[in-house]
Design a protein around this ligand. Sequence first.
Ligand SMILES: [Zn+2]
Length: 94
Amino acid sequence: MTRKERSSKLVDAMISIVTGRARQRREAEEHIPAGTKIFARKGCRMVGRSTGTFRPCALEGCTGLRVGVRWRNGPLTWPCIKGMEPYRGGYRIQ
Ligand SMILES: [Zn+2]
């Protein structure tokens, strides 16, 4: 492979990551708008509301997004949407 081919492959890979992330963000914004109910793990009765803000998941190898969640007792956390499932009209952390 020539250097030019290699660099064009790299550009293609970068574009697909960026467009994948952009699409994922649009979908996330659509499915988890601000104010969506978020339930903590099974056995934990905490409930929070999504803030409507997202950031890329920093976990190595994870392509998901993290969503801001304000819990009823005050704290703000950023669970990864890849670890959430639909639950009672909102989402639950698995
Ligand atoms: Zn993740």
